[in-house]
Design a protein around this ligand. Structure first.
Ligand SMILES: Nc1ncnc2c1ncn2[C@@H]1O[C@H](COP(=O)(O)OP(=O)(O)O)[C@@H](O)[C@H]1O
Ligand SMILES: [Mg+2]
Length: 267
């Protein structure tokens, strides 16, 4: 190993996207979009409705194949045949609808599709006590204190449900956690709770991709900020390259808003 050049990137990219394009028929949902996802960092993807945020993470998570550009995973071209391949490689995606079963207990949802069992052959059955205990312990490790893991997931608040999904991905060994607008439907306090878990996942060494249209949610946790507008990149900024005000202004459409405020100016 040679010493890193001053200012050289010391963190290794888990995912690198270079000049990604994705078309739906004639519609370019993405064009020339690049970013990096590194272990122990949060990459925020910001943009208005229709900016291409969900399309971009669908490319990263193996749901869609990109039409142009390069997608590297651990430095080699990613060849995900679908979301299962991406998940097996350690890319966990928490979708906005969360894919949870509201009437089932928290622990059941936590282990959905990866149930713990004991015994063999005909004696093999679900290991309910182990799943209960593990769920409680893993939630606590993330700082989530839900006394009763037997309560149905449907009784949790939106923020708590997001937290369970994040803790689950961390426990299942994800290296990259992709969160599509986890704070969009939440109030200020609940959003704060989710931001805390995003920070916790980052501290535990995961690379996090955090999609949001709210610069006030992105700024406190983000290490880099990728701004999308109508499928194109408005640029990517490191934490030290942009202020919260600049980010807010870019997100608000900067000059467009200035014009509007002139137009509405009542003198
Ligand atoms: N399955 C699809 N088929 C056709 N067009 C789509 C599809 N999904 C998204 N789009 C279009 O691609 C653009 C980007 O959408 P999307 O990635 O969902 O944006 P965002 O998540 O930022 O709101 C939009 O113009 C949207 O209408
Ligand atoms: Mg979206």
């Amino acid at each position: 190993m040679t010493a890193a050049e001053p200012g050289a990137q010391t963190r290794t990219a888990v995912i690198e996207a270079r000049g990604i394009a994705k078309y739906y028929g004639h519609v370019a949902a993405l064009e020339g979009v690049s970013t990096t996802v590194a272990a122990g960092e949060v990459t925020c993807v910001l943009g208005d409705n229709g900016a291409g945020k969900s399309t971009f993470i669908k490319v990263l998570s193996g749901v869609h194949r990109h039409d142009k550009g390069e997608l590297l995973f651990d430095g080699a071209p990613a060849a995900f045949g679908g979301p299962r391949d991406a998940l097996a490689a350690g890319i966990a995606t928490v979708h906005q609808d969360l894919a949870m079963v509201p009437l089932m207990p928290i622990w059941r949802n936590f282990f959905l599709g990866s149930e713990l069992t004991r015994g063999r052959g005909p004696l093999r059955r679900l290991d309910v006590p182990a799943m209960r205990a593990t769920t409680r312990a893993e939630l606590l490790r993330m700082g989530i204190d839900l006394r009763d893991v037997d309560q149905p997931v449907g009784t949790l608040s939106g923020g708590e449900r997001q937290s369970v999904a994040i803790a689950r991905a961390v426990y299942m060994g994800a290296r990259v956690l992709i969160l599509d607008e986890p704070t969009a439907a939440l109030g200020v306090k609940q959003a704060g709770v989710v931001l805390r878990y995003i920070a916790r996942a980052r501290e535990r060494g995961l690379g996090v991709v955090f999609i949001t249209h709210n610069p006030h949610h992105a700024f406190p946790v983000g290490d880099r900020f990728l701004l999308l507008k109508r499928g194109t990149s408005l640029g990517e900024y490191g934490r030290d390259d942009i202020t919260r005000d600049e980010l807010t202004r870019l997100m608000a459409g900067g000059s467009e808003l200035d014009e509007l405020s002139h137009e509405l100016d009542r003198g």
